[in-house]
Design a protein around this ligand. Sequence first.
Ligand SMILES: Nc1ccnc(=O)[nH]1
Length: 437
Amino acid sequence: MDVIIPADGHYVIANASVPVSVMGNASSGALARVDITIADGLIAAIGPAGSITALNIIDLDGGIVLPAFVDLHTHLDKGHIWPRKQNPDGTWLGALMAVLDDRTVNWAAADVERRMDFSLRCAFAHGTAAIRTHLDMAPPQHEITWEVFEAMRARWAGRIELQAAGLMGPDTILDPEKLRAVATRTKTAGGILGGSTAVHPENHTIMRRLVEIAGELDLAIDLHTDESPDPTANALECLADAVIEAGFTGKVTAGHCCSLAVQSDDVAKRVIDKVARAGVAVVSLPMCNMYLQDRDNGSGVRTPRWRGVTLLNELKAAGVTVAIASDNTRDPFYAYGDLDGFEVLREGARILQFDHPQADAFVWARAVGADAAAIAGFAHSAIIAEALPADLMLFGARSWTELMSRPQADRTVLRGGLAIDTTLPDYRELDDLMGTR
Ligand SMILES: Nc1ccnc(=O)[nH]1
């Protein structure tokens, strides 16, 4: 889209179509036609289209404006290792083993830092203003990665707001000394307590211990739960039980929750009710879940029967705060992706079918924006309102079908009211880390 943003940052974006859901009325699927005055890096005024007259007018002619994206669940430490470590069969277990291999051999601080910075430049160019990443914590990785993360959080402050959750496997969580070591380092870093479990006989104990140490150290929780096609996976239910039993009042987020979609209606309803009662937020990872779930172990002759995603629409209907996010990018858990919030919204709409009723579809802009921001507690609220920073994206598309039908690679990204360079970094930069140059 050809728009020239005045370099002095004082102008009016006229005839913009903005989802009412990102201007304060969370449940409205309507688009409002508005004029937005930008001054001093902020949204100075919002009025009905045609109401604001000024010298510098950029007429969007109905083009859509969205707030800068929030990506609630990523893995910046794994990003872009695909050329040197691929998933042998496209399965979740194949991914886990491949990453274990690569981490053991390659994840020195400089390697993690360069890949993280590359990922953040991609995200920034696409229009993302806040990211939560998970960071593998299998000791001794916690000694390396938190320090890198702290440096990146400082380097990117003002451009991308960063949070991180320390991701532990069940064995680390069940070892009291290792759990304490990771949790303590997480606390020092201002991080979030993370972990992953699905089918495991000790899920009750795992969740009790996580909630207990989170309570002791005053940590928020963000877990990978039930990323599995097995209907007996009960990590999400155990998490909700542990939160309710402990009266835990910190923020709790559960990612994936795939098995909910293959459980009986009775079980699913019971779990969803508990998740709502516990105040656990749920983030679905549609692209990664569709890639890994219901995949045969490489025979190449079987077609998947289900999409891999959780019951996100039902969770939302039950009052659970929900979001969608990128998950992995170009690593064994997901061979593709570029930390583009728009790709997440576009693919999420199709995979999760939140595109009908059409009249409500724009409510879901909040799933890569305001609702994700509220779950995380980001300063970037992804709301369009007066006096907030002018961190916006301008699209040529005027309607849902125009927006969703193209990748919107020509979007204009405004940060603090000024257009940023949306050129994406070149993969060749990473060739020396991949052993391909
Ligand atoms: N989907 C995922 C599960 C665990 N680790 C990852 O990086 N990704």
